[in-house]
Every structure is written in structure tokens, then in C-alpha cells.
Design a protein around this ligand. Sequence first.
Ligand SMILES: *[C@@H]1O[C@H](CO)[C@@H](O)[C@H](O)[C@H]1NC(C)=O
Ligand SMILES: *[C@@H]1O[C@H](CO)[C@@H](O)[C@H](O)[C@H]1NC(C)=O
Ligand SMILES: *[C@@H]1O[C@H](CO)[C@@H](O)[C@H](O)[C@H]1NC(C)=O
Ligand SMILES: *[C@@H]1O[C@H](CO)[C@@H](O)[C@H](O)[C@H]1NC(C)=O
Length: 118
Amino acid sequence: MKFLIPVLLLALAAVSYSSVLSTARNNVNVGIVRPGDRLLRSATVYKPPRANTIQYEDFVFNGSRNTRISAINATEIGVRQFPSAYILRGGVGANNVTIRVQSARGRGYNYSIRIYGR
Ligand SMILES: *[C@@H]1O[C@H](CO)[C@@H](O)[C@H](O)[C@H]1NC(C)=O
Ligand SMILES: *[C@@H]1O[C@H](CO)[C@@H](O)[C@H](O)[C@H]1NC(C)=O
Ligand SMILES: *[C@@H]1O[C@H](CO)[C@@H](O)[C@H](O)[C@H]1NC(C)=O
Ligand SMILES: *[C@@H]1O[C@H](CO)[C@@H](O)[C@H](O)[C@H]1NC(C)=O
């Protein structure tokens, strides 16, 4: 009986943790927008659902030679479709970034992408 309660609490914690994970959208939100930073690029990438297919694209931002990216935000908008987005190359501190946006099988995606820096 003494051991049962901690085990039950652990099980409950595991259940609530996994439900937090599964309800979170797969967004990118890295870096900090500081005073003096500008919105370098704002874009929407969208693909409609396609039966039985995983669709993806690489969104590329190339700054100029002395551009410094300070923050990157890719946020799913609209209907939840369980896509994923992650940084493939470059990123905060670099002058370029490539973001891979990928759908779930049979679904589409709709992401708002914002890149800040100077
Ligand atoms: C970004 O730069 C890379 C490397 O120079 C180039 O291959 C690519 O076509 C560029 N993409 C865009 C969208 O400017
Ligand atoms: C970036 O994305 C997060 C969600 O992942 C959102 O809550 C936040 O407001 C966004 N920030 C900016 C500056 O767009
Ligand atoms: C993407 O989501 C936004 C926000 O809900 C919506 O306004 C827009 O129409 C959507 N784009 C497409 C092509 O469905
Ligand atoms: C992109 O950023 C990386 C990391 O800073 C750098 O090594 C690479 O040369 C950059 N690519 C371009 C096309 O500027």
C-alpha cells in the first residue's frame, strides 16, 4: 500500500505529460527579438491535403552577407493538421535559414513563418 500511491501518482503524471505533448502544435520558436531587430521575412506556406501522401517543402531565407538572424518563428495556423516544422540548416546567428515543413500522411499544412534580425 505504501508503494502503490507513488506508483499511481507517477502513472497519472505520465498520462498528463503525454497529453500535453500530443496537444502541442509542432511549431518553431527560437531566438529573441531585440530592440532594433526588423522583420526580415514574413511568409505563409500552404499545401492542401493529398490522399495517402506525406508532403514537404524547404522554406529558404537567404539574407545578405552581413544579415544576422535573431529569431525564427514558424507557427501552424488554421485547422490543426498535425504537420511538423524544424530548422534544417542555418538559423539564429547565421544569415540564412532553411525550414523543413512536412505534413502528416494524407493531410496538408498551413504555416506562418517570420524571421527577425538585423
Ligand atoms: C539560397 O542560397 C543557396 C546557396 O547559395 C542557394 O542554393 C539557394 O538557391 C538560395 N535560395 C533562395 C530562395 O534564395
Ligand atoms: C512564435 O510562436 C509562438 C508559438 O509557437 C507564439 O506563441 C509566439 O507569439 C510567436 N512569436 C512571434 C514573435 O511571432
Ligand atoms: C491558412 O490559415 C489562415 C488562418 O486561419 C487562413 O486565413 C488561410 O485561409 C489558410 N490558408 C489556406 C490556403 O487555407
Ligand atoms: C548559411 O549560414 C551558414 C551558417 O552560418 C553558413 O556557413 C553558410 O555559408 C550560409 N550560406 C549562405 C548561402 O550564405
